[in-house]
Design a protein around this ligand. Structure first.
Ligand code: SF4
Length: 452
């Protein structure tokens, strides 16, 4: 054994995938992963640095690790700003940027040299590497970085321009995951729709077929594996339309996470983002015509600099008309280094909060109506956990992504297990969550050769 490493993973699903890669490399080199500061020889903290509260949370986590262990290596998004870390925590051993697995490993080797025993590297690893999500769902990161220049965001500065993975690389990873028990693949990137543009959509070999690095052929291949496939961070480019028939056929989950951020063309222009209510509505209508059961999730920023009452009303009118299934809203907050910080007419904090409350109240009414319309229907639900009561299960319908959307609480006869996909007859619905009874457990028959 090479030594013991404690690991703290903060931030979004994209950071979680980086954590999985670092942990996989640590395990491959014979390091033990331990759950407490006391047992660890060194602690790695994978940080988030996107908005001010996330920076604070990361700095606190580093401080806690220093207090309880003393030997701390920092990586991740906040690692791109070493001065911010060193100002508060000058005693950290090393700082590396996001997705810098080699940098983390070099820092670990310096503190805790790897075991020279050649058999250490023969410690069996699961075919999927180390996963931080439950066995039945996995995030699949298809690209790093972003080519856009949204004025409120510093991700392109932190994570760099878009670098896509070859389609074959992604598809073999997905194959291994599904063969090892993953039933839901969750596709992520900063902008999934732009996947492959940096590779000029070059082809690569997957099972003796040439697959283009482009969202449509990639996702069409993923859909053939027989697992649930959920798409996140999809921008409404015209080619996204080509994926909707696959949703209508039941090959892809009828779910799209489309971060629109606003509806007023004026605010969107200040955000340096394309479109506006009119084009958003046209696209959404077109998608729904092809797949009426499509659940659209989106996020919005309220109180962006220069947002007038009229702009905000425009956004509310858009939400009333679009009737999106899932909505997340945030009050605008400055991100150190973002160009929007210099914009005039910053909206007072109180007004931002008031607008946020108004938006959420409107959306809650829409959501409640949509949720109640499901009462009496029978939905496919993937089980994430057991509830507190005997036979109670907590799961998600096809319209619910883990961690951000609602849940379905279902009563069963006690034979259903975590990771099963069941049919649930819905009997009650609240703003975000549903309740019902399990009527059937569905057989699991992926189109891959099983490793389990
Ligand atoms: S908000 Fe804009 S710049 Fe930031 S990651 Fe998303 S698309 Fe890229």
């Amino acid at each position: 054994m090479s030594g013991k490493v404690g690991f703290i993973s903060l931030g979004c699903p994209k950071a979680l995938v980086d954590s999985e890669r670092i942990l996989t490399q640590l395990r491959a080199e014979g390091y033990g992963i331990v759950p407490s500061y006391e047992e660890a020889d060194v602690v790695v903290v994978n940080t988030c640095g996107f908005i001010t509260p996330a920076v604070e949370e990361s700095l606190e986590a580093i401080g806690e690790a220093l207090t309880h262990n003393g030997k701390v290596i920092v990586t991740g998004c906040l690692g791109e700003k070493p001065d911010t870390i060193l100002e508060r925590h000058p005693k950290v051993l090393a700082i590396t940027g996001q997705a810098d697995i080699e940098g983390v490993m070099t820092a670990v080797h310096k503190t805790l040299p790897p075991d020279e025993n050649p058999y250490t590297s023969l410690i069996p690893l699961p075919p999927t590497g180390v996963k931080l999500t439950p066995k039945h769902y996995s995030y699949l990161k298809i690209a790093e970085g972003c080519n856009h220049k949204c004025s409120f965001c510093i991700i392109p500065q932190m994570r760099g321009l878009q670098v896509s993975r070859d389609a074959s690389d992604i598809l073999y990873e997905a194959y291994r995951l599904v063969a090892s028990g993953t039933k839901e693949l969750i596709v992520i990137a900063q902008d999934s729709s732009a996947y492959g543009s940096d590779l000029r959509h070059r082809e690569s070999d997957f099972q003796e077929r040439q697959i283009k690095a482009h969202l449509v052929p990639l996702v069409s291949e993923l859909a053939e594996m027989g697992a649930w496939v959920r798409l996140h961070y999809v921008y409404p480019y015209p080619h996204v339309r080509d994926l909707i028939p696959l949703m209508a056929e039941g090959k892809l989950l009828p779910y799209l996470d489309v971060p629109l951020q606003h509806a007023s063309p004026k605010v969107l222009k200040a955000m340096r983002r394309p479109g506006g209510a009119e084009s958003h509505l046209k696209t959404i209508q077109e998608w729904r015509n092809i797949c009426p059961e499509l659940a659209i999730r989106s996020t919005f920023i309220v109180g962006f600099p220069g947002e007038t009452e009229e702009d905000f009303e425009y956004l509310l009118a858009f939400l009333r008309e679009a009737r999106l299934e899932r909505v997340g809203a945030f009050t605008y907050s400055e991100v150190p280094g973002a160009t929007a910080n210099a914009l005039a007419n910053q909206v007072p904090e109180e007004l931002k909060k008031e607008r946020h409350a108004r938006l959420m109240a409107l959306q809650q009414d829409i959501s409640l109506e949509k949720q109640r319309a499901k009462i009496g229907q029978t939905l496919d639900v993937i089980i994430d956990n057991y509830g507190d009561l005997p036979g109670e299960l907590i799961g998600r319908s096809k319209s619910d992504a883990p961690g951000i959307d609602g849940t379905v609480t279902a009563q069963s006869d006690g034979t259903v297990k975590i990771g099963d996909i069941v049919r649930v007859k819905i009997s009650a619905g609240s703003h975000y969550d549903l309740e019902g009874d399990v009527v059937e457990t569905l057989p699991w028959k992926p189109n891959v050769l099983s490793f389990t």
